[in-house]
Design a protein. Structure first.
Length: 387
């Protein structure tokens, strides 16, 4: 196992009918800015319940944070937060709202050029701890894990930029599966696949004898395989949705990624596909991951053999054929929950693939994967196979 540090300060408040507890979770005299997206929280009544629970606190609202939140939109919220001297942010929404709110938390008291916060990659941004506005989240879409991690992804000038800082772990994450019953089917399918791929990018690398992490990862994946199709078809099945929600949070709260090699290549290539062609985040992953494995199966051989056996019960035949079957099963699972698995199904043409490679180059994504060997030519191979 590799060396690691692990600390996750987010207080998880899981289960139904808990919005009233916001009164204990948000500081009593806070000036609160509630942030939300395109309006689902208004349409389904969540916002009213949140405001009622906040009682006499001074509350402001900022709506309109779009999917794949844009820097320019978030700056408008930063203006509100500065002007109204906000000292607590409350995000109510999916990954985009939660991520956007983390950026607002970092940018509001930042003295320099706020766009510079987007250029630190996976290194924490240079912001002093006491210059971050604390935030809490009410997650309405189980997918990204943003509710219990310190990462955000912000869209800016045709790219998607990761931003992180330990002080943007939400102080609390309210996870009520019932708040997700109103999701359109496709967003639920997106959530299943995003969570599944998060697990795999912390698992399908090379073995380091990290048995706890491996078995937790396998447990989350088996859970998603069991409940994924059910929760897509039965939106009000509480137990299925509760299991999706906790799987998605557990997939990216740092726990299964401790002490193991990581490979975020699928996400990095996927981000370019979203930025260029506006394909939903999870749908880019469904397209890239199986092709990436087909190209890198030698590098990932030992873990893919383990994955085949422990996640899909594939133990017959030689190792290469077990790996091939596991890749096919993974792809079939993505299709089963309702996501396309080829770029052409998203209307991308073959001559547009060069644009993706150019964008990877422009964003410095030239040595991806756990080996650092995925150069631009290899990414092109992956994209050709994914087309
Ligand atoms: O905007 P509203 O009206 O709220 O509608 C949203 C949006 O249209 C809707 N929605 C959310 N909750 C709903 C609902 N509709 C009905 N009922 C509800 N309960 O769903 C749509 C998509 O929302 P969005 O937040 O964009 O989706 P998701 O949660 O998949 O987030 C995607 C973003 O997260 C980033 C992605 O890059 C993307 O920008 N990621 C963040 C990560 C992190 N912080 O660790 C990791 C991920 O890999 C990912 O990169
Ligand atoms: Zn993701």
């Amino acid at each position: 196992m590799l060396n690691f540090d692990y600390r996750n300060p987010t207080h998880v408040v899981f289960g139904k009918d808990r919005i009233a507890e916001l009164d204990q979770l948000v500081p009593a005299n806070a000036r609160v800015l509630i942030t939300y997206g395109g309006g689902s929280v208004k349409r389904f009544g969540t916002l009213d319940k949140v405001k009622a629970a906040l009682g006499n606190r001074t509350v402001f609202e900022f709506g309109g944070i779009e999917a794949n939140p844009k820097y320019e939109t978030l700056l408008q919220a930063v203006d509100v937060a500065r002007k109204e001297k906000i000292d607590f942010l409350l995000a109510v929404g999916g990954g985009s709202v939660m991520d956007g709110t983390k950026f607002i938390a970092l940018a509001t008291q930042f003295d320099g050029d706020t766009a510079s916060l987007l250029h630190h990659g996976f290194t924490p941004v240079p912001v002093a701890n006491d210059k971050v506005i604390p935030l809490g989240v009410i997650a309405t879409l189980p997918a990204t894990g943003s509710e219990m991690n310190a990462f955000a992804v912000v869209s800016y000038q045709g790219g998607k930029y990761p931003v992180n800082h330990p002080c943007v772990y939400p102080t609390f994450a309210m996870l009520d599966p019932e708040l997700t019953f109103s999701l359109p089917k496709i967003q639920v399918a997106n959530g299943v696949v995003d969570a599944f791929v998060h697990v795999l990018e912390q698992y399908a690398t090379y073995p380091v004898d990290a048995r706890v992490q491996d078995r937790m990862a396998e447990g989350i994946m088996r859970t998603l395989i069991e409940i994924g199709p059910i929760t897509v078809e039965e939106p009000t099945n509480y137990d299925a949705r509760a299991n999706l929600m906790w799987s998605a949070t557990s997939a990216l709260n740092g726990m299964i990624g401790t002490g193991v090699p990581l490979d975020w290549s699928t996400h990095m290539i996927g981000h370019e596909l979203t930025a260029l062609f506006h394909i939903d985040h999870a749908q880019t992953l469904a397209v890239v991951l199986p092709s990436l494995w087909r190209v890198l199966k030698e590098q990932k051989h030992a873990k893919l053999v383990q994955y085949a056996a422990r996640v899909w019960d594939i133990t017959e035949g030689d190792e290469d054929s077990r790996v091939d079957q596991a890749i096919d099963k993974t792809e079939a699972f993505f299709k089963q929950v309702g996501l396309p698995v080829r770029l052409r199904d998203h209307g991308v043409t073959q001559d547009q693939l060069g644009l993706v490679v150019d964008a990877l180059e422009a964003h410095g994504m030239t040595a991806l994967s756990e080996s650092g060997k995925v150069d631009l030519a290899t990414s092109r191979k992956i994209l050709d196979m994914a087309w």
